[in-house]
Design a protein around this ligand. Sequence first.
Ligand SMILES: [Zn+2]
Length: 370
Amino acid sequence: MEELNRDTLFSASEWLRYTRHLQLPQVGAEGQGKLKNARVLIVGAGGLGCPVSLYLAAAGVGSIIVVDGDIVDVTNLQRQILFNTQQIGEGKAESARQVLMALNPEIEVIAIAEYLSGENASTLVASADLVIDCTDNFSARYLINDICQQQQKPWIFAAIDQFSGQCSLFSSETGCFRCLFPVPPSAMGDCNSAGVLGVLPGMLGTIQANEALKYLVGQSVPLKGVLLVVDALELSFKKIAINRDPECVSCGSGTANTSDQWSEKTCSSEPLDHRAVTVEQFESLRKRANYIVIDVRTDAERAAFNLGGKHIPLTRLAESLASIDPEKTLLCYCQSGLRSLQAAELIASLGITSQSLDGGISAWLKQMPL
Ligand SMILES: [Zn+2]
């Protein structure tokens, strides 16, 4: 047996496990062998990372690296299908590893309980054949884009927001993410500030996994250099060609301002700013006469549940501040603490003292019994 190439040799259980792939002429034993020899870096084990990692593990991708510094939270369970109620409070990367290994013990899963950062990105990307962006923020995507550009590694982007999603595969042959988004679009929310239909990351993550598997077995990938735009309300799918920008700071001749290429902002629950106050501080401060509590969420969120105070949505905040006594301190809250922090920064820039409930209503609900 020694002279056989062990890398492409399947065990009896693998032959059985991958029967439905082996029956496909587009995959077959050769394609399945390519999957077995592939190493894929999945950045983020959230709404997108869950279906992506489940399908790649089930498909027999031989080595999967899951990178996520977050822990499982009850608000994740509406869409993050790797996790269950018993795993609340546990690290996402290690929880994911356990679930994926239980699904397919024939593969290797490496859990990295860190966020992708300027420190670890180069090494992690270098170790992989393909990178899949399952993050929820533009800083991480710019970082993935720039490192993949440097190392000529292909990567599959997806983003979701409320009922819409986008997906594309970038490679050295296509325009890059910065050609498409030279600056972060302000309309694109992140997971903590806008709602999302639970099934939407499942749809986009499955499309990412579909493109990943075809790429790895050597089939054509329709989303290479093409942006797919999905509208889950209309159930419409549109494809838009991505043109290379000759002036692009990443793949073209443009020069990057390295100081603002990316920040380390992520959807973490760490206090982001000196304006953030804890739930206990919020409860104490709101009783004081010189404090005004402001709910900066949308009308729909306000109607569903609120902690009292005035309701001024973030989008209407600037125009509404004239009616507020500038001697008071404004205590803002939202669902997760991100929008209220933006509101507090905006208010402070207008010369009014302001603070933000760190972690928002989600943190409040965990600590204050109803
Ligand atoms: Zn570019």
